[in-house]
Design a protein around this ligand. Structure first.
Ligand code: ADP
Ligand code: MG
Length: 505
């Protein structure tokens, strides 16, 4: 892997960064502050070398993020490298670099100063000083609504959590693939985007993680912002919204809190299931909600469950939610998985053969985030090795998704356990020499199941059961003929097969 050029390294690094943020292992702000500007300098079979601009960054990354970096890179390239971080002053801002060039003898002093300044920044950050934090965040995020726009907001509020959205092309309706499981949510979202605050309010989207709730929420905002770039859209995570609310109540700034949110034309509350159960909080939430609602401000809420299952929620808030539109997103069916795989492959300019697409659509059933992750991994693998994407690559890159890749020994153990349970005997009985009828039956069924599921040869199976291959053969033949004549037996064996496959998935 020594032939990676800087373009390859940059691409691998981009994929790694995006997956860290997507999987919410690091906040966007922390990523922008510490991780994003690192440069992946080299990558071989053992070590990933990163360069950063100064000692402070080096220390922070080494302390807090190196383990995460190693495991994320592992997800991309298939093995876990040791992380080495070096400093490269040429990465520092222009002005520092220039002064080095002009006064080479001063480099040491400059370095000391740079790292002292950096240490001051770090200390300020560590203390969570809002002024320092805001300055840094302001640089990283020109779009954020800041405390200084609203002096009365609670002082302890983490600014990064609540974002004034600007147009963002990652999550749009254009790149949202519609299928049976999400078409109602999609239609509702589209209608909201085109009739902000006027038609469906609030819009409540629920469903399990990784199925596109946040994507749809952003898509609404993006579409509305494209039409009207001045629209004020505030995005906040449910948990954070609640924390702010609790704090506002504590410092008695309810009115200010309400006012702040009231200035939004569109309020997005993502993952509201973390809503607190306290009565005072709910009352304030109710009033905030009402104020926005009365002003025809658009409210969009997502949750992992429907309002009626938000058990700590007061009845009148629930009925407010229910007054709008509640729509769910279900796990994708095969057709949608197929369409999403094709879409993501195309989007990433990857050439993925149809057998691979079909295989993945069959095996990646639970969520779309996972599908995206797998496509990214294959893309990185393709880039690194120069090999075309193929089933061979899938097998070596993604063993965790392959039921067939389970060590055969584990499958056999499981088959023995499942059959033993059905026949109320033990695995030892099955492997032993008893000729009792139910043990013999269990043994024959186990041999048959092992043969069908693992496709082992007769002598291999014989070795497991301490029988010669002709005994294995005649036992399996016996089972096969009983299957055609005895429906009850057939049902039992089918159940066993199903169970073996289910546990394996
Ligand atoms: P949730 O908020 O429901 O946990 P997200 O909206 O974060 O899920 O979606 C997870 C990932 O899957 C995102 O990268 C998103 O772009 C992608 N995704 C989800 N649904 C779709 C879809 N229908 N079409 C294309 N990409 C999707
Ligand atoms: Mg989400």
């Amino acid at each position: 892997m020594s032939n990676l050029n800087s373009g390859d390294l940059a691409a691998i690094w981009q994929i790694t960064i995006k997956s860290m943020v997507d999987e919410e292992l690091i906040s966007q702000t922390a990523c922008d502050l510490w991780v994003k500007e690192c440069r992946l300098d080299s990558l071989d079979s053992e070590t990933a070398v990163f360069a950063v601009e100064n000692e402070m960054k080096r220390n922070i990354i080494a302390d807090r993020y190196s383990e995460m970096l190693a495991s994320q890179i592992c997800k991309v390239i298939g093995y876990k490298p040791a992380i080495v971080i070096i400093t490269d002053l040429s990465m520092a801002p222009e002005i520092v670099r220039l002064s080095h060039a002009l006064y080479p003898t001063d480099i040491v002093r400059q370095r000391e100063e740079a790292s002292r300044d950096a240490a001051v920044d770090a200390a300020a950050l560590a203390e969570d000083d809002n002024t320092e934090m805001n300055a840094l965040i302001r640089e990283a995020y020109p779009g954020i609504v800041h405390d200084d726009e609203d002096r009365s907001a609670p002082a302890a509020e983490p600014v990064s959590s609540e974002r004034r959205l600007t147009y963002n092309e990652d999550y749009t309706f254009d790149n949202f693939v519609v299928g049976n499981s999400n078409q109602l949510a999609h239609a509702a979202a589209l209608s909201v985007a085109d009739n902000v605050g006027m038609k469906i309010n609030p819009l409540f989207i629920y469903g399990p993680s990784g199925l596109g709730k946040t994507h749809l929420m952003y898509a609404i905002a993006n579409r509305a912002l494209k039409r009207d770039p001045n629209m004020k859209v505030i995005y906040v995570k449910g948990e954070e919204f609640m924390n702010q609310l609790i704090e506002a109540i504590r410092v008695k700034s309810n009115a200010a809190f309400r006012e702040k949110y009231r200035r939004a034309d569109m309020l997005l509350i993502d993952d509201i299931q973390f809503i607190a159960g306290k009565e005072s909080t709910q009352m304030e939430f109710f009033h905030t909600f009402d104020a926005l609602y009365e002003d025809h401000k658009q409210i969009i809420i997502t949750s992992d469950r429907p309002p009626k299952e938000l058990t700590t929620l007061e009845e009148r808030i629930r009925s407010r939610f229910e007054a709008g539109l509640i729509t769910d997103i279900q796990p994708p069916d095969y057709e949608l998985r197929l369409a999403i795989l094709k879409n993501k492959a195309q989007h990433n300019h990857m050439d993925v053969p149809m057998d691979v697409i079909e295989f993945l659509a069959n095996n990646l059933q639970s969520n779309i985030r996972q599908i995206e992750g797998v496509i990214k991994k294959l893309g990185a693998r393709n880039l690194l090795s120069g090999l075309p994407i193929s089933m061979d690559m899938v097998i070596t890159t993604l063993p965790e998704y392959l039921r067939d890749s389970e060590p055969v020994g584990d499958t056999v153990t499981r088959i023995l356990e499942i059959v033993a349970r059905r026949y109320k005997v033990t695995s030892q009985d099955i492997l032993g020499s008893s000729r009792k009828k139910e043990i013999k039956n269990a043994r024959n069924v186990a041999m048959y199941t092992v043969r069908v599921i693992t496709k082992m040869s007769l002598p291999q199976i014989g070795a497991i059961f301490s029988r010669d291959h002709s005994t294995v053969h005649s036992n399996i033949t016996m089972v096969e003929s009983a299957l055609t004549t005895d429906p009850l037996f057939e049902a039992t064996v089918t159940e066993i097969m199903k169970e073996v496959k289910r546990v394996g998935g």
